[in-house]
Structure formats: C-alpha cells, structure tokens
Design a protein around this ligand. Sequence first.
Ligand code: EPZ
Length: 418
Amino acid sequence: MQKILIRGGRALRGTVAVSGSKNAGLPLLFASLLTPERCTIRGLPRVADVTTSLRLLERLGALVGDGEFSTIVVEARTLTSSEAPYDLVKTMRASFLTLGPLVARTGRARVSTPGGCAIGSRPVDIHLAGLERLGARICQAHGYVEAEAPRLRGARITLDFPSVGATENVMMAATLAEGTTVIENAAREPEIGDLAAALGAMGARIDGAGTSVVRIEGVRELGGFDHAVVPDRIEAGTLLLAGAITGGEVHVAGARADHLDALVAKLEEVGVAIEARADGITVRGAQALGRADVRTAPYPGFPTDLQAQFMALMTLGDGQSVITETIFENRFMHVQELVRMGADVRVDGRSAAVRGVATLSGAPVMATDLRASVCLVLAGLAAHNTTEVSRIYHLDRGYERLEEKLSALGADIARVRT
Ligand code: EPZ
C-alpha cells in the first residue's frame, strides 16, 4: 500500500510542464485497432490507464512497443481476438472504446460491459444506439456486448446526450462504414478534435469534429498515423489550482488556455490572476480569495473533471459557493474527506454548498476516485500540518509523476510505502 504525505502551507512557485492528455491518449490507442499499419502516439502520459490499455491491445493481438520520449508504437497487423475481457474492462471504462473499432475492422466484437463505477452508474446505451444505427447487430448476454456487422453503413445519428465516449466510439466505427455518417449532438471536448486529427492522418474523412455535428465519409481502409497527443487540460487545470490554493505563482508550460476557458473565467471571478501566453498559463494566488458558483456541463462548460479540485479552492474562499454537478450523479465523494480537514461543505442532491473557512487542517484521508484524490492533495497543500492520502492507486490512473512535479514547485510531498 502506498500513501502520499503532504506537509501543507508552502506557496508553490516555479514552472511545471503539463503532460499529454490521458483522455485523448486512450481513444488514440484504441484507434490503432482500425488499421494493420503502424500507429505512433507521442507524449502519452505514463499512467496506469495507459498501461491497462496497452495490455488490452496486446490481448487483442496488437504489437506494442516503446519509442523514445513517451512515444508508444502500436501495430495491430493481425488481430487474434475480438474480445475485450471483463478483467481488463472492469478496471477501466475506456476499454469499451474497443467496440467501435473492432466491429468496424473485423465485423465482430465481444466487449465486456463496464458496469457502474464510484462516480455514477455510467451506462453505455448511447454507444450501443449509435452502433445499431450504423447497422451493427447488438446483443447483450453474460455481461458482454456482442456486435456484428459484415460492414457498417453510414447513418444520421442523434446522440441523446453529448457523451464523450459514445461520440468517440461511433466516430471511429463510422470511418470504415459504407457511406456517410452524421453525428448530431456530438460531444465537443478537445479530445474529440484530437482523435479526429489522428483519424484524418489515417485517411479518414471527418468534418466538424469539435462541433456538435460531425460528418464522416466512410473509406474502405485506413493507414497508420504519427500523432502527438494534446496537452492534458485537466492536469493543467489541477496544477493551476495547486498554485492558486497555496497563494503561489506557477507557470504551467504547455497548458492551452483555449481549452480551459471555463476554469480561467472562474479563477478570475474569485480573484486569482491568470496570464495566458502561447507557451502556457501562469497563475498567481489571490490577495483575498472570493467565492463563485460553479455548474459542471459538457465542454465548453465547466469540466466535471475539475469540479473536486475547484471545490478544494472554494473551501478557503470568502463566502458561500454553490457547486452543482450535472454530469455524474455521485461525484461528491471528496466532500466527506474535505470536511474531515475542516471544510464546511453541505451536499443537497446534486449541489454542494461550500462555506469558506479560514484554514484547513491536515488529516488522514482516503481517495475514492481519480479527481477526488487530487482534490485531497490540493487541500493538503494548503492545510496546516500533515495530510496523509491513502488509496492513491486512483491518483496513479491519471496523474503522471504528480509528487515529483509538485515537489519541484516547492511542495513538501512524498510517497511512502506502508
Ligand atoms: C469521459 O468519460 C472521460 N473519460 C471522463 O473522465 C469525463 O469525466 C467524462 O468524459 C465527462 O467529461 C475519458 O475520456 C476516458 P460521457 P465518458 O460518456 O466518455 C452518461 C476522468 O476523471 N452516459 O461523456 O465515460 C454517463 O453516465 C474521467 O478522467 C449515458 O447515460 O463520459 C454520464 O452521466 C472520469 N449513456 C454522462 O453521460 C452512455 O451511453 C457523461 O458521460 C454514455 C454516457
């Protein structure tokens, strides 16, 4: 078992580089299943979810190799299996993104249903409805989804909700379908644009990715790609919030302000100074930290993946902030732990009323999911005395060398084995 120990109270200062995006990198890995040719993905973060994805690709028969400087090469020359098994899918929902590429390339796929997870029930009905519209015969039995189609056919698909994963799954499947697919109410997250760019390099014909209407002209086959993944906007936002909560000054090199408009607006609203430049974003802690209400929403709204971290900041704001989570039904598990650190937060359904306190106090706390864990790390950086965060395997799913990055900025933080 590993824990993170933080002795809080130090203002972070300096420059830190953002890693490549986990949530853009995972679909890129699965896009490699669409072609027998070599796919090179640059700048992938070395996090547990990437490792899980590589194991899954190997299980399907792909060859996976390490290049230099965080580069991964995948070659799915021949696929030896069309099945994504339960033992891998249950640990990482993004494995469900094998469904579209597998059925499009091999005509069939058998993928374990991911089931619910700590932050919500997270069904896959929108993915399945989209693939059915493309002509896949779908059947669910024994905890698996089976999809079959000799060749998918293009169709007009209106998603019930702009689901990120469903947009990615359907978009990948449609690249090899016969004819034109139009996805309406598509997700607009930057990760969709990044996937479309890689698919375009493979020879796919995609228009409108990053808007709510994506048009895909199917092609017979696709080639490989060599693509550098976009910077991780959620890690960048987390590092900016680390600078803000400690009242420090941090430059996040490589962070893209155009992907973080909603967070930047809220930081400015609470008095945190932000300077966006071409090479990154600099944050300067507020003289007097204010309050702000936040409502999560699909991109370009405020990201659910930064809700917990922003709440950590608002525990120290002046006045009451109301934080409403609209994407996942159970994404307030950090609240009880923040309360144990002295925060004043009350949850009522999908909203949390956060009344700012003068100080947080270090405590032993437990991580429950990826973003909840990092929220506790942020709170620990600002708290008096020592905070001990356990169950940090959640953190390792999505943050690359977090302690190293924060230490380099002056944080007193260490990973210990118990
Ligand atoms: C992606 O998950 C991200 N994961 C999540 O990142 C992120 O929180 C989420 O998008 C929202 O931005 C990856 O990119 C790998 P959705 P995804 O489908 O694709 C419901 C993190 O911390 N829904 O947009 O699974 C669903 O239950 C995480 O890095 C259906 O009802 O998200 C949820 O309430 C966790 N039916 C909402 O839509 C479906 O078929 C949004 O889900 C699909 C989704």
